[in-house]
Design a protein around this ligand. Structure first.
Ligand code: SF4
Ligand code: SF4
Ligand code: SF4
Length: 420
């Protein structure tokens, strides 16, 4: 079986906040309806899923909402116990959870740490930016509560990243936003543009809250902050993903991959959908209680979904950046019914970004390739009993430069890119 990741809509649309741009506010059952996953659904799903992924050796669970912590700690204790009970020998299990962090107590943080959860924290920048859009239902900003949760996450040494939504509140403040995250010691960051549509409306034309021009400029400024002197010190998922494309490996962000994601989305009642933006009966693949996973994963509806990127719009087929961009997200096509005509709403943002960053991304790609060659050579030399290399020796990557000015350069070697 091919790899399959699963994202749970843990509490459906329920959330203790009410961010202005939330795209998971409405479901088929109404607005912010209180729903929870019943134990019977997990007891049915987890064993079937573990059987399905046994060949791949990798079980990947993502817990999202709404706000997944509203499910309570016992829910996760039960879920993890089920995972361990039903995993086949040799299967590695990962749990990632996306939270607004306002409900993270020491007990939650201890649990995440002990069970190796990767926690994504939604945070849009400093207080004056964050509180403009991320408010609770009483209209109060959530910044202090988020930062208190983040502090507990840090204190308990939980692996975390930050998801920052780019909207009217921060799109013109790229450098300030980046400096805030640096000050806060955030090592892993992800940016996504704010949208004005609901998952329940997959046919509604996409609407975004910022212009493509403004988002392109935001990416350019963040890139310059990130790149610095050529040895980036924090990971920004968008740029890491583009670097993957420059290296010729599959981009693991669906928006810039050859086809739509290979995962599934499971709602609280066991209904299964192909993507977070397509939680609508028209795209329902089946239900945990009624259908075999293997059957719904190979159903014509899922196949049609996975293939919907192709053919790329005519504009993409002619584009110089097609090999790195891959046409963007089909949900963001301005005219989704006419693939031949319109490309992703953010097309001009990507073009602006690539024109600005191409030379530097190419340089990083070459340095990364050199660094990998260097490490392989060091290993081979040591394994064959060869001499230990000095910093003044020619670099083993073949550049002709001294090692201290090349792959052994501490500034160079200090970047997360060469470590990971
Ligand atoms: S915290 Fe997330 S789920 Fe809750 S309202 Fe904000 S964007 Fe929506
Ligand atoms: S529609 Fe967009 S978000 Fe959904 S899987 Fe495809 S590229 Fe990803
Ligand atoms: S940059 Fe624009 S035209 Fe080029 S592949 Fe991406 S969406 Fe298509």
């Amino acid at each position: 079986m091919p790899p399959l990741s699963v994202m749970f809509k843990t509490v459906s649309t329920d959330c203790n906040l009410d961010c202005s741009y939330c795209y998971y506010r409405e479901s088929i059952e109404g607005m912010r309806v209180r729903r929870r996953i019943e134990p019977a659904m997990l007891e049915r799903f987890v064993p079937a899923y573990m059987d399905y992924v046994a060949d791949t050796g990798s079980a990947s669970f993502a817990w999202q909402g709404g706000e997944p912590l509203l499910a309570g700690l016992d829910f996760f204790r039960n879920a993890v116990a089920l995972q361990l009970r039903h995993a086949h020998r040799g299967t590695s299990i990962s749990n990632a959870l996306q939270t607004n962090a306002t409900l993270v107590t020491d007990e939650w943080a201890t649990y995440f740490s002990e069970h190796n959860f990767l926690v994504g924290v939604s945070l849009d920048g400093p207080k004056e930016i964050h509180d403009r859009e991320r408010k609770d239902r009483g209209g109060h900003g959530s910044f202090e509560r988020v930062m208190a949760g983040l502090e507990r996450i840090r204190r308990h040494k939980v692996d975390f990243n930050v998801l920052c939504v780019v909207g009217p509140h921060n799109v013109g403040m790229a450098r300030e936003t980046m400096r805030f995250f640096r000050r806060e010691g955030v090592d892993y960051l992800q940016f996504i543009p704010a949208m004005d549509f609901q998952s329940i409306d997959p046919e509604k034309p996409p609407a975004y809250l910022i212009t493509a021009e403004a988002y392109g400029e935001f990416l350019v400024q963040v890139f310059d902050e990130w790149y610095g002197g050529g040895a980036p010190s924090i990971s920004i998922r968008t740029f890491d993903n583009f670097l993957q494309s420059f290296l010729g490996i599959q981009n693991d962000l669906c928006v810039h991959a050859d086809q739509c994601d290979a995962g599934i989305v499971v709602e609280y009642n066991g209904d299964i959908y192909p993507c977070d933006f397509y939680v609508h009966p028209q795209w329902k693949l089946g239900n945990v209680f009624e259908d075999e996973l293997a059957t719904l994963c190979t159903s014509p509806r899922r196949t049609a979904f996975l293939e919907q990127k192709q053919p790329l719009p005519a504009q993409c087929q002619r584009c110089n950046y097609r090999r790195c961009c891959k046409g963007g997200c089909p949900r963001a096509r301005v005219s989704p019914d006419d693939n031949s005509k319109d490309s992703d709403y953010f097309c001009s943002s990507y073009i602006r970004f690539f024109e600005h960053a191409e030379a530097k991304l190419t340089m990083l790609r070459d340095r990364l390739a050199n660094r990998l060659r260097y490490l392989q050579q060091v290993e081979l030399t040591l394994a064959s009993g060869g001499p230990k290399q000095g910093r003044n020796d020619r670099c083993l990557c073949g550049s002709g430069r001294k090692q201290k000015a090349c792959c052994a350069d501490p500034a160079f070697a200090g970047s997360y890119l060469w470590r990971e």
